[in-house]
Design a protein around this ligand. Sequence first.
Ligand code: ADP
Length: 426
Amino acid sequence: MASTQTIRRGLSHATMSEGRLAFLAKLPFFLNSSLKLQRIVHIALEHILVELKSELAVLYLLDSSEEKLGYWALKGENRERLEGTSSVADNHAVELVTQNSFPLVMSDSSDFPSIGLDPIFGTELKNMFCMPLLVRGESCVGALQIVNTSEGEGFSPDDIAFIEQFSHQVALAIDNARLFQAAERHREQLRALDRRKSETISVIAHEFRTPLNIIQNASELLGSKAITEDNKDEMFNLLHSSVERLTRLIAQIRNVSLVQDTGLQLHAELVDISELCRSVVGKYAEAISKRNLAFEVTVPKVPLVVKGEQSLLLIVLQNLISNAIRFTPDGGTIWLIAELDKGQVQVSVKDTGIGIPENELQLIFEKFYEVQDSMYHSSGDYEFRSSGLGLGLAAVRHILEAHNSAVEVESAPDGGSVFRFRLPPG
Ligand code: ADP
């Protein structure tokens, strides 16, 4: 008679042959001989295929969305290696096992067509055992499936107890390998961040050098009394623009103090966002006209009042607008829009600029992160692609978090970008 059963924990107390107990005692040495996930998976499949004398052994691992499965399989006497991905929904046996964290055993498939034919390997599952891979006693990371023992008699209680213990050890080894991989990735990110910091310090030193050289030359000329009525204005303009450049650099460096991991202490007050937007526009008039950009400001005449710290919200606007200017080619358009939307004050900065690749959309908010190597950026405050310190958006994120808000971005390469945040009315 056909039978599909789930077996709860407990069967593992069934007696197991001494040979298998001895094998299980040695298994950690085999599995822990590598911290590479694929190697562990293959060691596990080799052993289980031989021990159970089965036709097919498959190890499935869920991805982070829990909708896709990565699978590795060993099939037949030739030990054919197969691997790939499939969707959880297409594999009913694995879906049942991973969702319920219970093993599934099937001793005759004829009454269960939805489970009876393996969708990936085209093997008829005459008898099949599928065991969840549970880590730290609870979360299910995948399943181990063993198909068709050569005797064709299905799985004995001894087999089932063995597979259960075997799977626990495999799940543990996989968990270790994944933790190790995550730690490696984290270390690599820290190394990359460290490289970015060093680059940033070089960029800062370089950026300071030009205006400082100008100021130094001008002061030497003043000292040598070489200043005449004719060159006085030119000298004044050079000094003035260099001092402005230094002031802007210091404002950027101020962003560093805003991106520390400790939370920002807000000195909250009532802020009129309409007024703040209007007041910020003038600051960019020169850059906008030099770069032949259109800057459209859509802000209601009435006040849009929120509770927050005005000087910090100003930094948010300045960073977003300065980015829009720097990453929009000459002749493009930038919009600054403040509006009341679903009871919230919403501010958007939109541009027709170069856009951001999808895989970088979250990274740009990391401190010291720039999409392109800063070597490729031009210098100058508002020139197209001019380089910053990779701190502007990190500061934007931290400031908005301190206001219990968040910054959203929609962007596509060459399709422009829009950065948006919302604040509750004050
Ligand atoms: P930076 O001041 O160095 O530009 P940010 O943190 O402000 O640093 O921005 C990080 C990176 O995000 C930028 O270097 C740029 O590559 C990308 N970026 C930010 N805003 C835009 C935008 N509006 N359009 C295209 N890319 C942008």
